[in-house]
Design a protein around this ligand. Structure first.
Ligand SMILES: Cc1ncc(COP(=O)(O)O)c(C=O)c1O
Length: 468
């Protein structure tokens, strides 16, 4: 069969078979019609000019013009003099918009969903400035495949920043830039699984049943829940569990918000040194601390035993998909190799854009602004609950942008969550983060990062009677 793909160039892909008796014009017409009907060409999408398409297909321009004319007459195409031929609005499925917002947000009037920073606070102007500068300045050779660990200048800036701000002990040679915590954890677990790690401890409450535990299962690793109390993970229970590694959030435990106590940090490192275990530190929101001394990253205390995972999902936005792995030297080469196999490296302009924001001081300025904005939102949450539901106790507020609301005795967490949803307010129970799924003690995890002060106030007012 002599099928040619019209436009092996990326302009438009329509199959033409010169061995068939069916005229080329008819083939082109039906190819385009099918593409529009199936939605492959969306409403409003621009078609190549008749001259371009004729050249690509090796047919006469007149043939393409005839074909466009026919489809225009049938209502499939819009053609206006002086502008490009496009798929007619009524004919095609709508072309995808820029980025569809998640449905959940659309359904709820006020959503106390956790884990989302103030998306409107994203420093768009700074980001555009950095990307434009990079695009202008990057030499042609810089567009080639690079080091899978990330661009050297970006790693240097990140390592310097993390040494300065998180007291990390990291050399850029052992830093691997990745696309966020999720990828970083997946890569690290896969490397550990190959070195016969079979049991990994996770904090309980912790990531819940979600993707993080699925990632462990995918790597062939059994996730062992280890209880967390007011001082963080219980190291004795971890040691007794037979885990060969642990994933934890020392600076601001997810989701209880407690800080890993200094004696626990030391006990944890002792355990790791004694048993050869690996500590995987999820340092996800430490930039935003309010009423305590900053807590350094554990990685700085034990760079040979601790893998540090960081992300800009909280400091900038989840959509940026950028993070880093601070690798113990013994694991660095293998993690870098897996990163190479996974995707040949993280988008270079994005790494460099974050590095430019850091170097220019814009990142610090953004963090200062966001810290003050989250601090105000946090204050509003405290005040609104004190006023409308004083029996609710809040904890875990020292950092980040979520808090734990302890419901009064006799209040059923699940009933509250369901009733709030009826009022178009999204609330989330702690049971979703507990390994056992237990609904007592009744607690809510309230995210306030992406809610305005007014939304926080009206959200609390809307559900206050349920919380009493
Ligand atoms: C506990 C915790 N760690 C890390 C992250 C960030 O993950 P990623 O960098 O893949 O966006 C999140 C996101 O919600 C989180 O809740």
């Amino acid at each position: 069969m002599a099928v040619e793909w019209a436009g092996l160039s990326p302009a438009l892909l329509v199959p033409l078979d010169r061995s068939r008796t069916e005229p080329l014009r008819v083939q082109l017409e039906s190819g385009l019609r099918d593409a529009i009907r199936s939605g492959r060409l969306g409403a409003g999408e621009r078609l190549p000019s008749s001259r371009e398409l004729a050249r690509e297909l090796g047919v006469s321009r007149g043939l393409v013009q005839e074909c466009y004319g026919q489809l225009h007459a049938e209502g499939y195409l819009d053609a206006r003099i002086g502008s490009a031929t496009r798929v007619a609005a009524v004919a095609g499925k709508p072309a995808p918009g820029p980025v569809a917002p998640p449905e959940r947000a659309a359904q709820l009037r006020i959503d106390f969903r956790t884990g989302v920073p103030d998306l409107a606070g994203f420093p768009r102007t700074d980001w555009v400035w950095a990307q434009r500068e990079l695009c202008r300045r990057t030499p042609t050779a810089g567009l080639d495949y690079g080091d899978p660990r990330g661009s050297q200048p970006a790693r240097e800036v990140l390592a310097g920043y993390l040494r300065r701000v998180r007291a990390a002990a990291i050399d850029p040679e052992h830093l691997v830039v990745c696309t966020g915590f999720a990828q970083g954890l997946g890569l690290v677990l896969a490397v550990l699984a190959r070195s016969k790690v079979r049991r990994v401890g996770f904090e309980d409450p912790g990531y819940g049943e979600g993707e993080t535990l699925t990632a462990a299962a995918r790597a062939g690793i059994t996730a062992i829940p280890v209880p967390v109390d007011q001082d963080g993970i219980q190291v004795d229970a971890l040691a007794a569990s037979g885990a060969q590694a642990v994933v934890l959030t020392p600076a601001h435990q997810w989701p209880t918000g407690v800080v890993l106590a200094p004696q626990r940090r030391h006990a944890l490192l002792d355990w790791a040194n004694r048993t050869g275990a690996t500590i995987i530190e999820d340092d996800y929101d430490a930039e935003f601390r309010y009423d305590r001394e900053p807590v350094g990253a554990m990685q700085g205390l034990g760079p040979d035993r601790v893998v540090g995972l960081g992300t800009v999902s909280k400091s900038l936005a989840p959509a940026v998909r950028l993070g880093w792995i601070l690798c113990p030297p013994a694991l660095a080469a293998e993690i870098a190799h897996d990163k190479q196999l996974a995707d040949r490296g993280t988008p270079v302009f994005d790494q460099l854009a974050v590095a430019m924001l850091i170097e220019s001081g814009r990142y610090d300025r953004h963090l200062r602004r966001m810290r003050s904005s989250y601090a105000s939102r946090r204050r509003v949450l405290i005040e609104a609950l004190a006023e409308h539901a004083p029996a609710v106790k809040l904890t875990g507020l020292a950092a980040g942008f979520h808090a734990v609301a302890h419901l009064p005795a006799g209040v059923d967490e699940q009933i509250v969550v369901a009733a709030a949803r009826q009022r178009s307010v999204g609330l989330y129970g702690m049971s979703g983060y507990r390994a056992s799924g237990a609904t007592t003690p009744a607690q809510l995890v309230l995210g306030f990062g992406n809610l305005s002060e007014r939304a926080i106030r009206s959200g609390v007012e809307a559900v206050a009677d349920l919380l009493r």
